[in-house]
Write a protein of this length. Structure first.
Length: 595
């Protein structure tokens, strides 16, 4: 599909400014946008020097932009032109609006007079700052369009960029506008209270937003005005489209599901090799974490994980823990040989790594080095024993000095008690929902437990002095991702897991989960399972998940491999190569609506 616009301005607060998931959306599809619009694609964001460093290469602007920038500079809007250093190397214009901020009150008054957006008393950094930036971005789009021969389209992401859209509409600028909401502000708030889907059909959205403070009220009204006044309104999924229709008063014209650049992800064969390497590192961590207290058979151990923001209810963390409790009881009752280690990769309020874990890691490393230093001799003893038909006893394999050395180090390695639940000391541990709910349900890492829990409350950076794995590496070493979300407009985590050939569980309240329900025909090994949460009680969802995890924990290895293949095949359906057509469709429809 060819674009009908000659110029595309993609306006987002997260251009060269990573804050949340929208950065992933805009950056991962940029290459495809450049393929369609070539040098006439501009990603427009805010200029924050510290954030731009390493993400943005400033360049001399082309002649077509120089006069535009000079005119805007006289109004206090300074534009930095260059390249966003991501795949596709899109043109980027970052706006320094610090000298334009003096117009804040005038902009807010205009929004009240024209659109009845009440923002009296809002916090500058919470609401006013992005509104001022977006207004400046609207002026930039206006000038770029005037300098362009042909139609121009502006795609504005979230309420944060809504000011640009409303500037263009209120000043009758001939720029086609597309507004994309990735989640509604009020919907996210109601979901965090656990009532969204119970009240969505009857709620008075404006009234509910007003009840929850001036900040939410202003964002909701700006979001609503943007949705109602754009040429084309879009959102990322069917479930969010329903939410937007009820809360913003307009049904989306086009759905724009989030994709991935699958060319950046390994093939299934490469993932299989990575899985072995990363699983070995995770198992090394498990040995240093658990084995000072007790041991079990790692050959019958699977690693499950949940990753995301600390949204206990919205991300389904509560459901995951309750289902793990049921799984633990069932595996124990069956005297199962299987062990499940459940990681919670959810950043929390930490002090520091528990000192005992650093000690155990050091002692384990010392043990490994003792064996490593003597590998040549051990290999010789193994070969000699096999050839001479001798029993491979400790005495045969290790010399006396090594046996004594290892014995001393093992004694130092051993600990009494139970392994901790959290890897770090927490500031609010007595009130921490994850650790306290695990303890309440008996998931306290007892030796008899078949489900072990590890709360890992930091971002996986690859250099955290414990796992020392990146987010993707930790995923690749695992066996199953569990994402039983209550509120998930799209849900990148199961998609990313699938792209790494890792099976997962999602729900029909997640945009990606609903996409699977409508686009995929599941086989006996579907790779990604979709729990039924829509109009189902939490208790029922817990039972579904416990059953699903038990099924996977006891699945033969051959079937797990089939699921890994299927998970990657589903992820490949969400490649930007195909999804980008929906963006072009939305932008073309917007251009068609221009007078």
């Amino acid at each position: 599909m060819e674009p009908k616009a000659k110029l595309c301005c993609e306006i987002s607060w997260e251009v060269c400014n990573k804050v949340g998931g929208i950065y992933t959306v805009v950056s991962s599809k940029a290459q495809r946008m450049v393929e369609h619009y070539k040098e006439k694609y501009f990603a427009i964001g805010p200029y924050f020097p510290a954030k731009a460093l390493g993400n943005f290469e400033e360049k001399v602007p082309p002649d077509s932009c120089k006069q535009v920038f000079e005119t805007l500079k006289s109004e206090g809007i300074e534009c930095h032109y260059g390249t966003w250093l991501i795949k596709g190397n899109p043109n980027a214009i970052l706006i320094d609006f610090s000298n334009f901020a003096k117009h804040k009150d005038g902009i807010k008054s205009f929004l009240w007079d024209t659109y009845k957006i009440d923002s009296l008393g809002t916090d500058y950094y919470d609401f006013d700052e992005p509104v001022v930036w977006a207004w400046a971005a609207g002026k930039l789009a206006e000038r770029l369009a005037a300098a362009c021969e042909g139609s121009c389209v502006a795609q504005c992401h979230e309420w944060l960029a809504g000011g640009a859209l409303l500037y263009l509409k209120s000043h009758n600028v001939r720029v086609a506008t597309v507004f994309t909401t990735h989640a509604t502000m009020l919907g996210r708030t109601l979901a965090s209270e656990g009532i969204l889907y119970r009240v969505i059909d009857t709620v008075d959205a404006d009234e509910e937003a007003a009840k929850r403070g001036q900040g939410l009220k202003a964002k909701h009204l700006l979001e609503k005005a943007s949705a109602q006044h754009c040429e084309i309104f879009t959102t990322v999924s069917e479930i969010t489209g329903m939410e937007a229709e009820k809360l913003l008063g307009r049904k989306p014209d086009v759905l724009l599901p989030n994709g991935l650049d699958m060319s950046r992800f390994p093939t299934f064969e490469e993932s299989s090799i990575k899985h072995k390497l990363m699983k070995s590192k995770i198992f090394d961590f498990l040995i240093s974490y658990f084995f000072p207290y007790y041991s079990w058979d790692l050959d019958n151990t699977l690693v499950f994980f949940l990753a995301g923001r600390y949204e206990f209810h919205d991300k389904g963390i509560d459901i995951f823990i309750k289902a793990l409790g049921k799984l633990n009881d069932r595996l124990k009752a069956e005297n199962s040989e299987h062990t499940v280690v459940a990681f919670f990769w959810v950043p929390g309020d930490i002090k520091a790594i528990k000192p005992m874990l650093l000690e155990s890691k050091t002692y384990y490393k010392d043990l490994k080095e003792s064996i490593g230093d003597n590998l040549d001799e051990i290999e010789h003893n193994i070969l000699h024993g096999l050839i001479a038909n001798l029993p491979l006893t400790q005495e045969q394999l290790f010399n006396e000095d090594l046996r004594d050395d290892v014995k001393r180090k093992l004694l130092r390695f051993r600990r009494k008690g139970k392994p901790p639940i959290a890897t770090h000391d927490l500031y609010n541990e007595p009130q921490d929902l994850i650790t306290q709910t695990l303890l309440k349900l008996g998931l306290d890492n007892d030796a008899d437990d078949r489900v072990k829990a590890v709360y890992y409350p930091i971002y996986l950076s690859g250099a955290d002095n414990l796992l020392d794995l990146t987010y993707y590496e930790a995923m690749q070493g695992s066996h199953l991702g569990v994402f039983p979300s209550y509120y998930e407009p799209w849900g990148y985590t199961p998609l990313e897991a699938g792209a790494l050939s890792v099976p997962s569980v999602t729900t029909d309240l997640a945009g990606f989960g609903r996409f699977i329900c409508t686009e995929c025909v599941p086989g006996p090994n579907p790779g990604i399972w979709v729990l039924k949460r829509w109009q189902h009680s939490d208790e029922d969802v817990v039972d579904q998940l416990a059953e699903q995890m038990h099924y996977y924990a006891t699945l033969p290895k051959e079937d797990r491999i089939d699921n890994k293949i299927a998970a990657r095949e589903i992820a490949a359906m969400a490649d930007w190569k195909s999804f980008i057509e929906r963006y072009i469709e939305a932008q073309n429809k917007a251009v068609e609506k221009l007078p």
